[in-house]
Ligand binder design. Sequence first.
Ligand SMILES: *Cc1c(COP(=O)(O)O)cnc(C)c1O
Length: 341
Amino acid sequence: MSLILTIDRARWAAHQRALLAEVPGLVPVAKGNGYGFGLETLAAQASELGVEVIAVGIAQEVAAVRAGGFEGDVVVLNPWRPFDAVATALLDDPRVITTVSRAEDVRALAASHPGARVIVEIITSMRRHGLSPASLTPGDLDGLTLEGWAVHLPASGSLEEARRLTREGLAVAKAPVWVSHLSVADYRTLAGKLDVAAHMRVGTRLWLGAKDAYRTTATVLDVHPVGKGTRLGYHQVAAPRAGFIVIVSGGTAHGVAMAAPVHQRTLKQRLVTISTGVLDAMERTLSPFTIGGRKRDFAEPPHMHSSMIFVPGDASPVQVGDEVPVTTRMTTVTCDELRWI
Ligand SMILES: *Cc1c(COP(=O)(O)O)cnc(C)c1O
């Protein structure tokens, strides 16, 4: 009854090794849903790759990468806040590096957790988290173990901005530089000119860069013939034509979502539909499931663990037990099963 993620282990790992060779100082990022693979799987893979440090998004994810067997240093990317008890407890873990992004937090930690390992995040054109290094005095950092300056750039960040901001940090204290979202070429240029160690934090390109190394499939759980106008589903909508209702694994619990209906995206269109009294007709909403060689429409919004798909025609292209391709967004999908090939 499951959504399956099939991974070609050799291809997946070969891509990662190639990127590691190209990007000296690469730090794998394992956060959130583990880019579809899960945090424990990514942690185990990072150990396999032999990296010494990985990054997680939030403090709560440290336990998951430890459960996956990763024993090296773990950087927590989201900056520490005084109200985060889990992150505060990790300040005492000698293998965790905490990100700090406000001058008052730097001072608070120097006082409350002297010697804690920290990376200070510099504010960038992202305008998410970060401080201006000029707002610190060298004395502010004395009580802490400064593991580096972080520069988190917008997608396709500029080398010029990375250079300018790292220079600002290094003027306050000499420490390694940790960047996110530079191109490989720009990162190598930046790193080549520094006299401190450089790191680039990479998730998407590392885990999802080899598209032919993984795929998600759903399983056909039922197939029912329907005539034109047959009512079906929770909402008892009418089948638009004769065909089949195909029930496939994969629903809201897996992150399978329904985008706006193909023909009824605007409120005005919806109102027209209501006023003409045809709201109970099945809306054409393309599903991510490929059945009989093409993407098919949802018969109704996905259920928790399965979806009802409408396939027109007089012969069903699939039967119970078949596996069908499903297009998933890997940063939101939760698969039930990993299948290694
Ligand atoms: C998530 C994250 C990354 C990795 O991003 P990808 O686009 O998945 O490579 C790097 N740095 C920071 C600070 C992040 O939060």
